[in-house]
Design a protein around this ligand. Structure first.
Ligand SMILES: [Zn+2]
Length: 128
């Protein structure tokens, strides 16, 4: 605990990566939405709804983290930009790890603009 107290004042002085990024300051330092019990339930619901299929490339996702087809539930509109959508099913979709990397590059390219990010991601939707 002592260490955390020492770090906090220094963090407050550090240049903010939040300013101008669109990241809601209220989400800084907050645990990932899926680390909570509610979040895990929501994530599981998305995996079921999406039938274990990556919604971008159509592959069958697998459990675990390291496989290129590992299941990841993506926030179409990033939760740090729109925390109110972090548990909203319509803002979530199942993707594989490879496709999630594409999602992250889109988020970097359109940093701060949740609607542009969503539009670009949704262009990459697998047609069944
Ligand atoms: Zn995929």
């Amino acid at each position: 605990m002592g260490r955390l107290k020492a770090v906090k004042p220094r963090l407050a002085q550090a240049p903010s990566r939040v300013a101008g990024s669109g990241i809601k300051p209220s989400t800084v330092g907050v645990a990932h939405p899926f680390s909570t019990r509610r979040g895990r339930k929501v994530r599981d619901a998305v995996v079921q709804r999406d039938l274990c299929l990556c919604q971008m490339c159509g592959c069958i996702v697998v459990s675990g983290r390291s496989d290129p087809r590992a299941a990841i539930v993506d926030h179409v509109r990033p939760w740090r930009l729109m925390p109110e959508l972090r548990y909203v099913l319509s803002n979530l979709r199942l993707v594989c790890r490879d496709c999630h990397a594409v999602c992250l590059s889109i988020e970097a390219r359109f940093a701060g603009d949740a609607e542009m990010i969503a539009a670009e991601k949704l262009k990459l939707t697998h047609q069944t």
